[in-house]
Design a protein around this ligand. Structure first.
Ligand code: M6R
Length: 369
């Protein structure tokens, strides 16, 4: 049932191109426009929304952090992202014009369920993004957009995460289309870009042997830092979470711009620092800044592992290890840059002899608050 892989996690990482394609399937009409009829929210209801709040836990929360960039860019609706476990304890401001997006692979996470119940009590409409048909969270929501990742067995979420990203992009684009923001017209082009992503993920997967080798060389690491900016920041957080939960190594993700405000003090000789480099196109200012960050940590002794787009030559002199991903539109880059971090954590945990699919102290779905 593991399809020749030693671990479900490896199988699920490999299934990601398929899972992405399945999640896009049937959601684009012949003219290249999105149709999300299954969502059960009318266009009028969607036009009334003046605020979006994404709530989720763990990896799904990281998908929510990426969603914020996409939602605000494509819809111009203000968007907040919050950990579901914190949400209802701070008396959040919610009303009928607020769309709450609840993201969950399992559909059974208790923290999220309690948060969405709270949102509905305040009159907000809740849209669930979920991978499990008929589970509690979509049943208790006003609307649902299913991800089609197929069953995810490993405790560490992989294809669940990538398909959540796709669902978030679809929601953002659909809202842009319905509300006719300036991006509405561009939906077709972005949908085309999205359709090209499964093949690009496949390319990333084909080039993973050096990442696995690197992971095996780091079994004795005590701590690993992850840096990113813009949508690369949630990817850094996700990479760190994977390493914590699977390899039990202290790992932290930072927004690279925050380095000088504190974390740079942690850099010491030999410390592995994984950097998610932003696309050199589009927001090149940001790219230059991250290149400086790589230079800064390396000058202080860090061993730099850089994930960068093909053709990004500026990072080459400062990367002790370079992992290439295909070029992609800025907002879609997390679909590619996350994959090496999943492989890295999986291989490192396996090399340490740990149970990759069932890490200690963790459960696949967390049904208590
Ligand atoms: O089923 P959910 O998406 O609601 O689960 C949320 C988190 O518990 C989950 O993502 C957890 O962080 C994973 N173990 C991450 O790999």
């Amino acid at each position: 049932e593991k399809g020749g892989y030693a671990w479900f996690m490896q199988k699920e990482i490999a299934e990601q191109p398929r899972a992405l394609a399945d999640t896009l399937l049937g959601r684009v009409d012949e003219s290249g426009r999105l149709s999300l009829d299954e969502m059960r929210l009318s266009d009028d209801e969607l036009r009334e929304i003046d605020k979006i709040v994404v709530i989720a836990c763990g990896t799904a929360y990281h998908a929510g952090l990426v969603a914020k960039y996409a939602i605000e860019h494509w819809t111009r609706i203000p968007c907040e992202v919050e950990l579901a476990s914190e949400f209802r304890y701070r008396d959040p401001i919610l009303d009928r014009q607020t769309l709450v997006v609840a993201v969950s692979q399992s559909g059974e996470t208790m923290d999220l369920l309690m948060a969405l119940r709270h949102a509905r009590e305040q009159g907000s409409r809740v849209l669930a993004i979920c991978n499990t048909n008929g589970s509690t969270i979509p049943r208790e929501s006003d609307a649902v957009l299913y991800t089609h990742a197929g069953p995810e067995v490993a405790v560490a979420s992989t294809k669940g995460f990538l398909t959540q990203l796709v669902a978030c992009y679809l929601v953002a684009l659909y809202l842009g289309q319905v509300r006719g923001t300036k991006w509405g017209d561009e939906v077709t082009a972005v949908v085309r870009d999205l359709a090209a992503m499964p093949e690009k993920v496949e390319k990333v997967l084909e080039a993973m042997e050096p990442v696995r080798e690197l992971a095996r060389s780091l079994v004795d690491a005590r701590s690993v830092l992850f840096l990113g900016r813009h949508v690369g920041y949630p990817v850094a957080l996700e990479g760190a979470l994977k390493l914590k939960e699977l390899a039990y190594i202290h790992a932290e993700g930072f927004a690279a711009g925050e380095l000088k405000h504190g974390p740079i003090a942690l850099i010491e000789d030999g410390l592995p620092v994984i950097v998610v480099a932003p696309s050199p196109r589009g927001r090149s200012l940001l790219h230059d800044k991250v290149v400086s960050n790589i230079q800064e940590v390396r000058a202080r002794g860090a061993r730099t592992i850089v994930i960068a787009e093909e053709g990004d030559e500026a990072v080459v002199p400062y990367a002790d290890h370079l992992v290439r991903v295909p070029a992609s539109p800025v907002l879609l880059q997390p679909l590619l840059t996350t994959v090496p971090l999943q492989e890295f954590a999986c291989e490192l945990a396996a090399a340490k002899g740990f149970d990759v699919d069932q890490p200690r102290n963790l459960a696949k779905s967390v049904t208590v608050e």
